[in-house]
Design a protein around this ligand. Structure first.
Ligand code: GAL
Length: 338
């Protein structure tokens, strides 16, 4: 019996030691990161940045992807809360239903940071995002400068995402004078479910098959939509240049810009939003004073303290100075042969 007893004592000590050294390693902070989708979207890159920055800060992050399913995202939130996360960072799969995640988290006394996408009608703690109206305006102002007259198509993102709505509102307001004086005609405009590239392809294909008008600009709100539209344009074999915009500076889009198959994208530094969110999470977990709040955004329930970041327009002329200088891509990734 005696050796067995000693064995048990040893194991108890070992477990205690490992747990304490592990929590020293992670500063004891555990953060949950919920992303809305993975394959075909930017969010796995956000995951990489968040996890790398968290590792640098010696804290633990647990990530789950909801594959555009808001019910799954709520379940994932519950799972992470049960695992004892101190803070939840959420990219909402649906701005309108994610309030349930905030309620659930608050039941566990866990604060919620909305990452990039606002969560509506919720007692949300913080938002870290980019200026939505500015994103829409960068796209439209680019198009108006190159083609101040002509036929425009507007393809926005998912209507359940406040970012898509903010872009839409800003674009319509900026285009209004040109529409009113007849210089710009909007041939077609619509939201695109799940920001899906395939949906954008089918929409663009229908426009080209049925409208019969020359299209001067396709203002899409996201690179995936732009790639879908590009595919339809290529298949239609148009023999003229079409302005094509996007957002996110995805590698396929940046290479397309370099090859003249797309006009511009909007870069929102993932490194910046990831670092700001992780640092904020650490402060909230440790009950430290929060700095860096630059705005508030009304989410229907409250004025949410917000860290507002700056988006940047990227064209063929500034790929190096913006994306490569920021180490988002290497020369080889953008200009290499593969
Ligand atoms: C938005 C985000 C964009 C884009 C889009 C599709 O919420 O602001 O940058 O990634 O989702 O994933």
């Amino acid at each position: 019996m005696r050796p067995r007893f000693i064995q048990i004592i040893f194991i108890v000590f070992l477990v205690g030691f490992l747990t304490s050294s592990c929590s020293q390693m992670t500063g004891g902070v555990k953060v949950g990161f919920l992303i809305p989708a993975s394959v075909g979207y930017r969010w796995p890159i956000d995951q990489q940045y968040v996890e790398k920055i968290a590792a640098d800060r010696k804290i633990e992050v647990i990530t789950r992807s909801a594959e555009n399913d808001e019910n799954l995202q709520l379940k994932q939130a519950e799972e992470l809360l049960k695992m004892g996360v101190d803070v939840l960072i959420v990219v909402a799969a649906n701005a309108n239903t994610a309030a349930a995640i905030v309620r659930e988290a608050h039941d566990y006394n866990v604060p919620v940071i909305a990452y990039d996408r606002l969560i509506k009608n919720a007692d949300l703690d913080y938002l870290v995002t980019f200026e939505g109206a500015e994103i829409g305006n960068l796209m439209v102002n680019y198009a108006l400068k190159v083609k101040p007259e002509g036929n425009y198509v507007l393809l926005w993102g998912d209507a359940g995402d406040v970012n898509a709505l903010m872009i839409k509102e800003a674009q319509e307001a900026t285009l209004k004078p040109s529409i009113d004086n007849g210089r710009i005609k909007i041939v077609y405009k619509s939201f695109t479910e799940d920001w899906s590239s395939d949906n954008a392809y089918h929409t663009m294909k229908n426009i080209l098959d049925f409208s019969g008008e020359k299209i001067d600009a396709v203002i899409t709100s996201y690179d995936g939509l732009a790639m879908g539209a590009r595919k339809a344009i290529d298949e239609a074999g148009l023999d003229y240049d079409v302005i094509l915009t996007g957002q996110d500076a995805e590698i396929a889009a940046v290479r397309a810009i370099n090859q003249g198959k797309m006009s511009m994208t909007v870069y929102k530094s993932i490194n910046t939003i990831a670092a700001a969110s992780v640092d904020l999470a650490i402060k909230l977990a440790k009950n430290q004073k929060v700095t860096g709040v630059t705005a508030t955004i009304d989410n229907g329930r409250k004025e949410v303290p917000t860290m507002m970041l700056k988006p940047v327009a990227v064209t063929k002329d500034n790929i190096r100075e913006v994306l490569i200088a920021d180490k988002f891509f290497t020369e080889e990734q953008v200009y290499g042969s593969n």
